[in-house]
Design a protein around this ligand. Structure first.
Ligand code: NAI
Ligand code: MG
Length: 366
């Protein structure tokens, strides 16, 4: 049967960059590499305008039925005054919750042609190929008790609690170990076991799982503060980093800046495999809807296209086709093509469509 894809372009530059990813999907079909049944629907502000809500139940049903979801980005200033529960960003939170997407994969690759876009020295980042696996549905952002309380004397206190169960730690660690097996074979587990109970349980649980099921993967542990320092000092020491929701939020933003190119970075969020090995998954660029450049044809489509490459790798185990797309992107960059977001002096600037054209031309050559 054909693979079922759901495209959710969203708002701002989302639809502009999704069109270019769609052309790559069409290329895969045309060249006989893969056949997809493609559906497309509204999320975010676009859905608020048309349907009065950031995501409808029908769209969630379609996402649950799809083999994979390719998401653009949502949000924009025109919806910022919406109530908390009706913001465009609710769409992504709802999808995460309903599809059970607990493992957020954030690669930080440095393309050879972009080494001098990094704020770090070229010799430190050349060849960097780092993957951060962030736990995405548990931890301090969701743990109970939480809230703001008023004490008897009128003082207020804000409370968040980091809670992790062994099951939550094991399932995200498993994702990291499996990834490492297909990469350089190394996992660094990051927490603060020195000062946090949940961090201590994290370390014990990952250690036990590694010893029992992944003895072939080289496991090491690092405190989160040291990890931040090591990412700036010597990021190439890492292969796969696995960490909590909070630390992963911070460390993955830091790691993404090492690449110097926000408009280049894809991500994946995966659920747990069922008995038949099928898992829900959503792929999206890490950038937002970029309202400042929306509608101008200036957006860099490469993060969306690289998100498609991740989709092929992780939802369909199409490693070769994923690699082909990544090579095409590297080739385009090597030929000097740059959209406005890539901070390198002296390179000619092109728009969204020209960049999409260049990727297709490069694919035809490979
Ligand atoms: P942003 O990522 O949309 O933009 C930050 C800066 O980077 C802007 O100057 C923008 O023009 C530029 N930029 C981003 N992607 C680019 C691309 N592909 N090509 C060229 N330039 C690019 O972040 P910002 O401005 O903080 O948020 C804008 C809206 O996007 C907000 O409503 C925010 O809530 C939403 N957002 C949505 C996300 C999602 O859908 N998952 C993630 C992050 C933000
Ligand atoms: Mg963040």
């Amino acid at each position: 049967a054909n693979k079922k894809l759901l495209l959710l372009p969203g708002d701002g530059i989302g639809p502009e960059v999704m069109v270019e990813a769609h052309r790559v999907i069409d290329w895969l079909g045309r060249t006989g590499r893969a056949r997809f049944d493609i559906a497309e629907d509204l999320v975010g502000g676009a859905s608020i305008e048309a349907r009065g809500t950031p995501i409808t139940e029908a769209v969630i049903e379609r996402a649950l039925e799809a083999d994979a979801v390719l998401f653009g980005s949502v949000g924009g200033p025109q919806w910022d005054s919406q109530g908390f529960d009706n913001r465009p960003e609710i769409a992504i939170l709802e999808l995460r919750k309903r599809l059970g997407l607990f493992a957020n994969l954030r690669p930080a690759p440095v393309f050879d042609a972009l080494v001098d876009a990094s704020p770090l020295k070229a010799e430190i980042v050349r060849g960097l190929d780092l993957m951060i696996v962030r736990e995405a549905t548990g931890g301090i952002y969701f743990g109970e008790p939480r809230g703001i309380e008023t004490l008897a004397d009128g003082t207020k206190r804000g409370i968040n609690t980091e809670v992790y169960t062994t099951a939550e730690i094991e399932r995200v660690a498993r994702v990291a170990f499996e990834l490492a097996r297909k990469r350089a074979g190394r996992v660094t587990s990051v927490e603060k076991a020195n000062v946090m109970e949940s961090g201590l349980l994290w370390r014990q649980t990952v250690t036990a799982l590694g010893a029992a099921e992944y003895p072939d993967v080289q496991l090491s542990h690092m405190y989160a503060d040291n990890c931040a320092m090591q990412l700036a000092k010597n990021p190439r020491q890492f292969d796969v980093i696995v960490t909590s929701n909070l630390f992963g939020d911070l460390l993955s933003d830091l790691a993404s800046m090492l690449t110097g190119s926000l408009g280049m970075l894809p991500s994946a969020t995966l659920g747990a495999p069922d008995a038949s090995g099928r898992r829900h998954a959503l792929y999206e660029p890490i950038h937002g809807s970029a309202p400042d450049i929306a509608g101008k044809g200036l957006a860099n489509p490469l993060a969306q296209i690289l998100s498609l490459a991740m989709l092929l790798r992780y939802s369909f185990d199409m490693q070769e086709d994923g690699a082909l797309i990544e090579q095409a992107v590297a080739g385009v960059l090597a030929s000097g093509m740059r959209t406005a977001d890539i901070l390198q002096p002296g390179t000619a600037r092109i728009g969204t469509r020209t960049m999409g054209d260049a990727v297709l031309r490069e694919l035809d050559k490979l």
